[in-house]
Ligand binder design. Structure first.
Ligand SMILES: Nc1ncnc2c1ncn2[C@@H]1O[C@H](COP(=O)(O)OP(=O)(O)OP(=O)(O)O)[C@@H](O)[C@H]1O
Length: 257
């Protein structure tokens, strides 16, 4: 197995509150890795320190053998980590296609000057970006909405669009923060198929999700956070039976039943 991401003793505090404490975990290339835990356990904070939105107080992340920069989201994307957000963050007034194109610009080279002077290179790059954005919309199943203003898309389609936009940055690791939130059972089923396809296409997935059935059916391994600490990490079938995990979710010791 090849290590893709290692979190080493990661800690994050907000004033007196310890949101993450000494969290270490390893994600291997090609895995779908689940991060679960009760509300407020620190899952989104983990995403935020990983992707550079917050600076961790302790520890570091090593990606492909290199330490990741902290507090620099665009550099993290350039290194090959893309994320979606729990509260969808799309450009509401732009079309679906334009949103995906915005996600790709981190990989283009012409820059603002090239676009302004409409250099041959910039024009060609823009054409390829548009083509790629269409492909990605098709990949996530919403190409029919390419020219629709994104805020008028259904919630489920906006979540798919967020995934397309993240994929546009050509990540090796795709971090999804509650991608099934607000989806009905059919949409969740389709999302599962999409994530399985993403894995088959060689992209490693880190998934925060409350839908336990989805997590257990999709993830190769799962880590459980509780009050900012990792309390378990294993294959889903083992994690499900872990006493500490059951107590964390039920808010008390395990009862015989
Ligand atoms: N910017 C912040 N400032 C202060 N406290 C924060 C901040 N972000 C998170 N927290 C606190 O850190 C703790 C962990 O929050 P976090 O959002 O990471 O949990 P979570 O596991 O993602 O929860 P949920 O499942 O509800 O989204 C919570 O107690 C939260 O209130």
């Amino acid at each position: 197995m090849i290590k893709l991401l290692e979190a080493r003793g990661v800690g994050k505090r907000f004033g007196g509150l310890t949101a993450l404490s000494d969290v270490s975990l390893t994600i291997n290339k090609g895995e779908v890795y689940g991060l679960i835990g009760p509300n407020g356990a620190g899952k989104t904070t983990f995403f935020n320190v990983l992707t550079g939105a917050y600076i961790p107080d302790d520890g570091e992340f090593v990606f492909n053998g290199t330490e990741l920069p902290t507090g620099k989201p665009h550099l993290v994307v350039q290194q090959g980590i893309a994320r979606t957000f729990q509260n969808i963050r799309l450009f509401g007034q732009l079309t679906a296609l334009e949103n995906v194109m915005a996600g790709h610009h981190i990989r283009t080279k012409a820059g603002l000057w090239g676009i302004l002077i409409q250099s041959k290179h910039a024009i060609e790059e823009e054409r390829l970006t548009t083509e790629r954005a269409f492909e990605l919309l098709k990949y996530v199943g919403i190409e029919r909405f390419a020219h629709t203003i994104c805020k008028s898309l259904s919630y489920g389609d906006q979540r798919r669009l967020e995934i397309a936009r993240a994929l546009a940055s050509e990540p090796q690791l795709l971090a999804l923060d509650e991608p099934a939130a607000g989806m009905n059972a059919t949409e969740t089923g389709q999302l599962k198929v999409l994530i399985e396809q993403i894995r088959r296409d060689g992209i490693t997935v880190l998934l925060i999700e409350h839908d336990v059935k989805l997590v257990m059916g999709l993830c190769d391994r799962v880590a459980v956070l509780d009050f900012g600490k990792k309390i378990a990490e294993d294959v889903p079938a083992v994690v499900q039976k872990n006493d500490a995990v059951i107590s964390a979710y039920l808010g008390g010791p395990k009862h015989a039943h």
